[in-house]
Design a protein around this ligand. Structure first.
Ligand code: ADP
Length: 639
């Protein structure tokens, strides 16, 4: 089932990357969405039958709880925002993060519950909390809760919903869609974990789905040491948010950083509190929610900046995806940090530390965390030479086209033996290794490769397994065979790119892609290789040409960035595309690869999708441009 699905989804994705008319793009986009939905259902059914047959085994590997949570919640930031629902999460610092168990299946349960919570809620909030139930030397029992303010479930229906193919109320759920499998699978998975799952709910008021599961503690994480935040200790901070849940969570998060925290539910209350405290016990930092009735975050920031005695306070804005505040406004109001909700404890801590002057990162302003921003397109994968070991012509084509689309070259081997021959003859940066191949399969090929490398004292070539079996828990088999990572078919271009980028990063400086120096510069926003090539145009010791190029770029680009923002604010997609199109070539030319790539994506989005996507990208492009500008000025200052 998965192999033809790989063909369908892979080909549709490639089709979408080609020149299409408006109508063709809409049709192809619908085909892709339906395909993805179908794949979700197929996965559910396959999972369910696997569990029914008693064939599903949990993995037992190390994972980081907070990272897992951050990733899962990140998936829902945009859907929640689209429905105007607040999405918040909290894992108190007492909960250990380095755990051992099946992080993937935990993700699956959380994904099911959060997706339902958002699906069945039309206004209000969805809150995810993790608390520590019990802990001993080797094990922690964690309680997860997903609460919503949605339609709720009647007491009668509550008993049945954990059964397969059961929905609470066929009339309302017909409206929401679904198969009635998500909770059944979650229940079975929780049982495999050795835990419990349940729900409390009131019709019309909302529901709280909870589950309690044990995890092994990893290594010395057994001693949960509370982190110290001496630099933040007793710092006075004010939280301004109209949502009581958000205030509670932020209060908890900041208190656990040892800060002294007060809260206000609106702009006027905040101004009163700030003025009262000014002079004797002034607030160092105010955290302002962007969307509040009466006075929004920007208006409040403006009022604060206009008040005497409040000039020194540091301001942090919390906005939502698609509601980015223009960089000019942030600068004007001296807002040092703009965080996108839902904010993790880690981001909050980093933000606070930065404002307190600890570990100030290179970036002046970094409005994180639309999905785009939280995974900045580093394009660590660009320019790699990749070997595709795959017997199926269809899958070969998908891999080759996708690699081409992300700027990699490739060579195809039809089985493990051919792959080994190719590796012996040519230099590759990575191998995509199908697991099932005739003659010699991927596992055997990888084992031989590793043996050869060990014998020759050669460097380890990254091998990314391609597997069709999402369910066989075969990550461990892959790792045991010496593979580094694995992708489940059908994988998306993004997943492929991420896996390769992870690799070039992990290998930092090791693989043939780049020397550490170059990798760092590219990471920073400028590709030093490109600059060096430009510099070579000049006489030794003279940078006239390079300087002129940079000057011209710096002179014209700010207008383009502003035009981009204006067009985005006006929701004028063609103008957005045009501005990005003008900024792109010169950016690539001066080595601003990441900015150029962002422009490329903005152009593509402007052609295809609603402005929400491009707003997030435009915000990244703006902050990326600030960085590029700074780096180029440093370049100009060089002798
Ligand atoms: P599906 O969502 O695909 O129908 P699930 O097994 O995930 O299947 O859920 C079964 C049923 O439980 C849903 O159809 C719905 O009636 C009810 N349900 C689940 N989560 C919620 C929620 N958060 N709020 C209200 N009803 C819910």
């Amino acid at each position: 089932i998965r192999t033809p699905m790989n063909g369908v989804l892979g080909m549709t994705e490639l089709l979408l990357n080609t020149e299409l008319s408006e109508r063709q793009r809409r049709l192809a986009e619908t085909a892709r969405q339906s395909g993805t939905a179908l794949l979700g259902i197929i996965n559910d059914i396959l999972d369910f039958s696997k569990i029914e047959a008693g064939k599903l085994e949990l993995e037992h590997i190390g994972f980081d709880l907070r990272r897992t949570m951050d990733e899962v919640i990140g998936l829902f930031a945009e859907p929640a925002q689209a429905k105007h629902i607040e999405l918040a999460w909290h894992v108190p610092e007492t909960v250990p993060s380095s755990l051992r168990g099946d992080g993937g299946r935990l993700r699956q349960i959380l994904t099911n519950l959060i997706a339902n919570a958002i699906k069945f809620t039309d206004r209000g909030e969805v809150v995810v909390r993790v608390t520590l139930d019990r802990i001993d030397d080797s094990r922690a029992v964690l309680r997860f809760e997903v609460s919503d303010t949605g339609i709720g479930i009647s007491p009668d229906a509550q008993t049945g919903i954990f059964n397969a193919f059961t929905q609470a109320d066929s009339s309302t759920t017909r409206h929401y869609g679904g198969t009635g499998l998500g909770l059944a699978i979650s229940k079975e998975l929780v049982a495999l974990f050795g835990g419990e799952i349940g729900v409390t709910s009131r019709l019309g008021r909302g529901s709280t789905f909870w589950f309690v599961v044990p995890f092994e503690l990893q290594g010395d994480a057994a001693l949960v040491a509370l982190p110290r935040h001496d630099a933040l200790r007793d710092m006075h901070v004010l939280i301004v948010d109209d949502s009581a849940v958000n205030r509670d969570i932020l209060f908890d998060q900041l208190t656990s950083l040892s800060m002294r925290v007060d809260t206000a539910a609106g702009g006027q209350e905040a101004l009163d509190a700030l003025r009262r405290a000014a002079g004797h016990d002034a607030y160092r930092i105010a955290v302002l929610d962007m969307q509040m009735p009466e006075m929004d975050g920007v208006e409040l920031a403006r009022a604060i900046r206009g008040s005497t005695g409040l000039e020194d306070i540091e301001l942090v804005l919390l906005s939502s995806i698609g509601h980015d505040v223009p960089i000019e406004t942030l600068r004007e109001l001296r807002v040092r940090r703009c965080l996108t909700k839902p904010v993790s404890q880690q981001q909050l801590r980093d933000g606070m530390s930065e404002l307190a002057g600890i570990d100030t990162p290179a970036r002046i302003l970094s409005p994180r965390s639309s999905p785009e921003l939280s995974h900045p397109p580093t394009h660590g994968s660009r320019g790699l030479h990749v070997l595709i070991a795959e017997d199926h012509p269809f899958n070969q084509l998908v891999a080759r086209e996708m690699l081409g689309a992300i700027g990699c070259t490739s060579h195809i081997a039809a089985n493990g033996r051919e792959a080994l021959d190719a590796i012996a003859k040519d230099v590759y940066d990575a191998v995509l290794m199908d697991c099932q191949m005739p003659e010699m399969d991927g596992f055997e090929a990888t084992r031989s490769l590793r043996a050869r490398e060990a014998a020759a004292g050669a460097q380890r070539l990254p091998v990314i397994a391609l597997t069709a079996n999402a369910m066989e828990g075969d990550r461990e088999i892959c790792i045991a065979a010496g593979m580094d990572d694995y992708l489940v078919k059908p994988y998306s271009q993004q997943q492929l790119e991420d896996a390769l980028a992870r690799y070039t990063k992990r290998q930092s400086g090791g693989s043939a892609a780049a020397s550490p120096d170059v990798a760092d510069a590219a990471q920073e926003g400028l590709d030093r290789n490109v600059l060096d090539k430009l510099r070579a145009l000049d006489e030794p010791g003279d940078s006239a040409i390079l300087n002129r190029l940079i000057d011209t770029y710096l002179k014209h680009s700010p207008d383009l960035v502003r035009a981009l923002r204006r067009a985005a604010d006006a929701g004028d997609a063609p103008a957005v595309g045009k501005a990005a199109h003008s900024l792109r070539p010169s950016s690539f030319y001066v080595g601003a690869v990441r900015l150029g790539t962002l422009c490329q994506r903005i152009e593509a989005a402007a052609k295809a999708t609603p402005a929400v996507t491009s707003l997030a990208l435009v915000a990244s492009a703006e902050s990326e441009y600030l960085l590029v500008e700074r780096l180029l000025r440093t370049e100009l200052a060089k002798p």
